[in-house]
Design a protein around this ligand. Structure first.
Ligand code: ADP
Ligand code: ASP
Ligand code: MG
Length: 371
């Protein structure tokens, strides 16, 4: 049985969280474990980029110090292996050098930003591999670089995976079912020229699903800080009820409409290979959690409520729409050509209102078409 497990940032918070997660990997006999950056680190790396661009070197140093301390603190609580210490130091030094480069230039391309934020997962996975070695001594723990396997296009910041290449790389690289268990990074990949890419915020879930598809896993496990999917975000609404079983379509729609528990694209690869997905809490691994499958018996009228933040509403209003044809087609062509996903649409005789992620407004090619 091939199990691919993914642990999110809160499951990588400190050495205790890492050891707890490692114990789950062992108990579940995970073949491949992917991890997110330690809690809050990806946000801090994004802030670091902004500070460097703004020329605030003192602030950059403070931020680098925080990141360094957090990771060395985990290391010291896990192992005194000199070699791992050196590898951690090397990664942190590279991060500092890159930050310095951005500071000196006073600008940062999306490509360089992906390289910067990739350090989060590269640091955490190095430490988690140590936690797993301690927890599972009878296995060979191989720490691998996900960028060698998860090939994408060059859309930095939100790269699209190349499924065929990922499958081929998975087949060539992993020797599953034996004495080796693999630890890699969620969220990051690389393009055809081997430049680092990322799958977008929260993308580690998606990475895990792509690896699960690539190795034709029997189960994909997403371990987070809540015991599965609930009827709404339990952090916002304490009456949220657990959902023990949900279909791919329903869970996918929840994710698409903002339920942060899963990255919006996670279920697409799982559905292609019909891999059942389990969502559970790394803090309470014995709780029931949620199984996401093709079909479920229970079909309530309303399954769940999701909240999506940071949305922009674009309203296109013109009397030219009245009694004309082809107008809608032209509007949606603009979104298609700019590869932008449209969420909700409402129309009247002379206007169309469209909601999309606020971040899409940064796409000047899109907005200039409407101005
Ligand atoms: P991770 O770091 O493990 O990827 P995330 O913070 O990305 O964790 O996702 C887990 C969070 O998703 C939960 O803490 C919860 O606040 C939020 N969430 C949003 N909607 C739901 C829901 N319907 N059911 C459960 N959790 C939800
Ligand atoms: N570390 C990345 C983020 O915070 C990816 C992830 O955690 O899924 O967005
Ligand atoms: Mg997440």
């Amino acid at each position: 049985m091939i199990v691919v497990s993914k642990f999110g940032g809160s499951s990588m918070k400190d050495h205790e969280a890492m050891l707890r997660s490692a114990a789950i990997s062992k108990k579940q006999n995970a073949s491949i474990t992917l991890v997110s950056a330690t809690y809050g680190t990806t946000d801090q790396l994004h802030e670091l980029v902004d500070l460097a661009v703004e020329g605030k070197w003192n602030e950059c140093e403070k931020k680098l110090f925080t990141v360094r301390e957090r990771h060395f603190d985990i290391l010291q609580n896990l192992t005194n292996d000199q070699l791992v210490g050196e590898r951690l130091r090397e990664l942190l030094n590279n991060l500092e050098t890159l930050t310095r480069g951005i500071f000196l230039l006073g600008e940062c391309s999306e490509k360089a930003k992906d390289r910067m934020v990739s350090f989060g997962e590269r640091l955490s996975s190095l430490l988690f591999a140590e936690a797993l070695k301690m927890t599972w001594p009878d296995m060979v723990v191989e720490h691998f670089d996900s960028r060698k396997i998860l090939k994408t296009n060059s859309q930095y910041g939100k790269a699209k995976p190349n499924i065929t290449k990922i499958r081929n790389n998975c087949e060539a690289y992993f020797k599953l079912g034996g004495k080796t268990t693999y630890v890699g990074q969620g969220y990051i990949g690389s393009d055809d020229e081997d430049f680092t890419t990322t799958l977008g915020r929260g993308g580690s879930d998606y990475s895990a699903a792509l690896f699960a598809e690539g190795v034709k896993a029997d189960v994909l496990e997403i371990w987070t800080d809540v015991a599965g999917i609930a009827t709404t975000d339990p952090r916002i609404c304490e009456q949220a009820q657990p959902i023990h079983e949900i279909s791919y379509n329903e869970a996918g729609e929840m994710a698409q409409y903002g339920a942060k528990i899963l990255h919006a694209s996670t279920l697409v690869p799982a559905m292609r290979e019909r891999i059942p997905v389990f969502v559970g809490s790394s803090y309470a691994a014995d709780e029931k959690g949620t199984w996401i499958r093709e079909a479920v018996a229970d079909k309530p009228l309303v399954r769940a409520i999701a909240k999506r933040s940071n949305q922009a509403l674009l309203t296109i209003r013109t009397p030219k729409m009245m009694n004309s044809f082809g107008f809608m087609g032209r509007i949606f062509d603009v979104f298609t050509n700019n590869e932008i996903s449209v969420d909700c649409v409402s129309t009247s005789e002379i206007s169309v209102a469209i909601s999309t992620d606020e971040a899409n407004l940064k796409n000047s090619k899109l907005t200039s078409k409407f101005i």
